[in-house]
Design a binder for this molecule. Structure first.
Ligand SMILES: *Cc1c(COP(=O)(O)O)cnc(C)c1O
Length: 368
């Protein structure tokens, strides 16, 4: 690769302009109140408005939010949680944190998301929840998954870490279910450096969720009068990261809009290229394209070619069923085999300009 060719990274951290962020950050850092206080509550309220769900709890990470969602859903030792292996590890480690067993359901080989029929086949009397990931920002088949969950009386936890700004049936992603988690980790659409948000449909989950994220203690009560009645964690967000989040929120709409515009460009520009199959999804799904996934023949050769051309690309995630920590869950997943052997993620985010996306499409058209 020649030095003159600019690299197009697969991921890039978005941080609001210094002029907007630094004065607010300086103010909070020297305010004498850097723990959990009013900026955290304000960020929860504004984030909730952004995703169209008023009942939102903040956490120091998405993983912590998932752990608490599982506890609120009644998941514990002896329970089974149906989940996908095509995700980042935190989705499934959180199930182990809750003491439950991971049960893999197969994915739709067209997009890597859980296949509703495969979920149905894995429901047992011990199933306590269904964990759904919107992989890469492509919404899973929520209409069918919700119908299944309702008919079995099972809560759904949506891991929307990749899907902020995506929509399903005209609504922001996450609002379909009992719980929805959004990660604010460094390379997600919106970052607070680290953080996670949990939207809860049931209002009675909020006080317990607040206790679980802070040592089991009700912070509103006088400290010597509280009773810690169940094990809680140190999972809360602080005023500093919440302030970053408040400023980030003011700048995030064009960021997400550019991910989506680039994704739609690739949906059109890459159609019909020999050796490439595009992902497919429900008509009701509107992805927010965290990255763009192609299904490629001779995928590893394409990956090498793109790297030579300075175009970032990666599998991004190892299928989780191949980790020994999940050995007890192993089973046949033929849909995942097909998806995982062909998938390659290419850059699609706010940093990909018109010239860059044309360069990427041209590289794919030239063949490999
Ligand atoms: C980033 C991510 C999470 C949460 O990760 P945190 O770093 O704890 O915020 C969960 N699930 C998926 C699929 C992710 O990509």
């Amino acid at each position: 690769m020649s030095d003159s060719v600019a690299q197009i990274p697969l991921f890039k951290v978005f941080m609001a302009p210094e002029a907007a962020l630094l004065p607010r950050l300086r103010e909070v850092l020297y305010s004498g109140q850097i723990g959990e206080g009013p900026p955290v509550a304000e960020f929860e309220q504004r984030f909730g408005a952004f995703v169209g769900q008023p009942q939102v709890l903040s956490f120091y990470s998405g993983t912590a939010a998932l752990h608490v969602a599982l506890l609120l859903a009644g998941v514990g030792p002896g329970a089974e949680v149906i989940s996908t292996a095509m995700t980042a590890e935190p989705t499934n480690l959180a199930i182990l944190h809750a003491g439950a067993q991971v049960v893999w359901a197969d994915v739709d080989p067209r997009n890597g998301n859980l296949a509703p029929g495969a979920i149905a086949a894995k429901i047992t009397p011990r199933t306590r929840a269904i964990m759904v990931v919107h992989y890469g920002g492509v919404p899973a088949s929520m209409a069918a998954i919700r119908a299944l969950a309702v008919s079995h009386g099972l809560p759904v936890i949506e891991d929307a870490a990749h899907a902020l700004g995506a929509r399903y049936a005209g609504q922001p992603i996450g609002g379909q279910s009992e719980y929805a988690m959004y990660s604010l980790q460094a390379i997600k659409h919106l970052t607070t450096v680290d953080g996670g948000m949990l939207a809860c449909r049931n209002p009675t989950d909020l006080p317990r969720g607040r206790r679980l994220r802070w040592f089991g203690i009700d912070r509103a009560a006088p400290r010597t009068e509280v009773d810690v009645a169940e094990v809680g964690y140190k999972y809360h967000m602080n005023n500093v990261t919440a302030t970053i989040g408040l400023v980030q929120l003011e700048h995030i709409r064009p960021v997400i809009a550019r991910h989506i515009a680039n994704g739609k460009y690739f949906d059109a520009a890459l159609r019909g290229i020999a050796g490439i199959e595009l992902c497919a999804w429900d008509a009701a799904a509107e992805p927010s394209y965290w990255f763009y996934t192609v299904l490629a023949e001779r995928r590893d050769e394409l990956a090498r070619r793109l790297t030579e051309l300075g175009i970032g690309n990666s599998l991004a995630h190892k299928r989780n069923d191949r980790h020994s920590v999940f050995a007890a869950s192993r089973c046949e997943l033929p849909g995942l085999d097909r998806f995982y052997d062909a998938m390659l993620h290419i850059p699609c985010g706010w940093w990909v300009g018109d010239a860059e996306r044309e360069r990427i499409a041209d590289a794919l058209r030239q063949g490999w």
